[in-house]
Design a protein around this ligand. Structure first.
Ligand SMILES: NC(=O)c1ccc[n+]([C@@H]2O[C@H](COP(=O)([O-])OP(=O)(O)OC[C@H]3O[C@@H](n4cnc5c(N)ncnc54)[C@H](O)[C@@H]3O)[C@@H](O)[C@H]2O)c1
Length: 264
């Protein structure tokens, strides 16, 4: 299977290329980035499997040489890249975050013709955490107060993280609450007693933390905490490659990592 990486010079793009070079059954069919980065040479893989990838700026040509597009770029570029893949009859894996509702609607339109795996967090562990959060919330019920804490590096732009929002939605759905209505972002001042029908959301920013998420269930006299800590970006990159293998076999439609991992 030949992968094409959009955003090849980025942190995630480079890691995906590096891991793909080392993985059996995978080849690098294409790699592209912004025109200013066209011609960049990337050393990927190790030993016998090391190679030099020359980054292109011609998205269409790179996609045409590949079986599946993997996009880790920026929200404004992502839909255009997936449209090119769809026009070429190629499935797409989207890791890019921060898409607007309109951009997500455009993806759903393109998914009528092609398989799209769209997952703001491709880590296997985090996707298991989504499932566990739903299950634990359903078992414990509203008597256990759900508070979600996330820690990220000081360069992160969005807050709370997309992963924390998804965890909040998992808990809210399992408890019969509405995340939009019942999420409480931080607390300050005389806020009064905590109501049961609330999901606490807390974002901590500092240093170079790759990403940590904890879902706490506070009961009377005890608490349960589910924690995921990402040590580096490899867990996302490996998830993206797993999603690519899934996408090339899938019928047109939008899928997420729960589909890829068989957690639904
Ligand atoms: N789904 C996940 O598991 C996951 C994990 C980590 C990061 N992300 C997301 O992936 C995206 C990329 O993250 P990153 O840390 O690699 O960022 P980055 O800034 O290091 O890399 C982004 C790359 O995209 C390139 N780019 C921008 N516009 C482009 C275009 N029109 N065509 C081609 N390339 C273009 C940039 O030049 C850059 O090289 C972000 O949205 C981030 O939030 C998702």
């Amino acid at each position: 299977m030949k992968i094409c990486v959009a955003g090849a010079c980025g942190r995630m793009g480079r890691r995906i290329l590096d891991l793909a070079a080392a993985e059996d059954g995978l080849e690098i069919g294409g790699a592209f980035d912004l025109p200013t980065l066209g011609g960049t040479q990337l050393s990927v893989g190790e030993g016998e499997r090391s190679a030099t990838v020359v980054v292109s700026s011609d998205a269409g040509a790179e996609i045409a040489k590949s079986d599946v597009l993997i996009d880790f770029t920026v929200a404004d570029a992502c839909v255009g890249n997936v449209r090119l893949a769809s026009e070429a009859g190629k499935p797409a894996v989207i890791g890019t975050t921060g898409l607007t509702k309109e951009q997500e609607a455009s993806l759903r339109g393109l998914a009528a013709e092609t398989a799209i795996v769209y997952a703001p967090n491709m880590s296997v562990g985090v996707n298991l955490l989504f499932k566990l959060t739903s299950e634990v919330a359903a078992i414990l019920g509203l008597q256990y107060n759900v508070e979600i804490t996330e820690v990220h590096h000081n360069k992160k732009k969005d807050s709370p993280s997309g992963t924390a929002v998804r965890l909040g939605q998992c808990a809210a759905d399992a408890l019969g609450l509405s995340y939009e209505r019942d999420a409480r972002h931080g607390r300050e001042g005389m806020v009064g007693a905590r109501p049961e029908a609330e999901i606490g959301m807390h974002a901590i920013r500092g240093g170079d933390v790759v990403g940590e998420h904890t879902v706490s269930f506070f009961g009377a006299g005890e608490r349960i905490e589910l924690t995921h800590k990402a040590h580096n970006r490899d867990n996302f990159a490996r998830g993206a490659l797993r999603a690519a293998r899934y996408a090339v076999e899938a019928a047109p439609g939008v899928y997420d990592m729960q589909d890829v991992l068989g957690l639904k």
